[in-house]
Design a protein around this ligand. Structure first.
Ligand SMILES: [Cu+2]
Length: 100
């Protein structure tokens, strides 16, 4: 019984962080610098992106779906999720940050 418990604890501590990173990484805060609806691209000044191990910077992302750009203007504060795809970075989730 005790041995099983130790194994379970070891398993959980090894697995949970990886799963949390993949599925449930926190959204990254950012400020929209430029919206290119035609090319489905977004320039974002972003904070650290945990799942991509990326430090804060301003860069261009492609967006998965043009609908993510709806009602978005430069200067907007957002929270977003980005993933690596096809040699670039793709925004897969985006929401407007709550007004301060
Ligand atoms: Cu970046």
């Amino acid at each position: 019984m005790k041995r099983e418990w130790i194994l379970a604890a070891a398993f959980a501590s090894a697995i949970v962080p990886a799963v949390a990173l993949a599925a449930d990484a926190p959204l990254t805060a950012g400020e929209v610098k430029k919206v290119d609806r035609e090319a489905k691209k977004l320039t974002i000044k972003h904070g650290p992106i945990v799942n991509l191990r990326m430090p804060p910077m301003t860069m261009v992302f492609r967006v998965k779906d043009a609908a993510l750009l709806e009602g978005l203007e430069s200067g907007a504060q957002i929270r977003f999720r980005a993933e690596e795809a096809d040699g670039g970075y793709l925004v897969t989730r985006l929401e407007k940050a709550k007004a301060k």
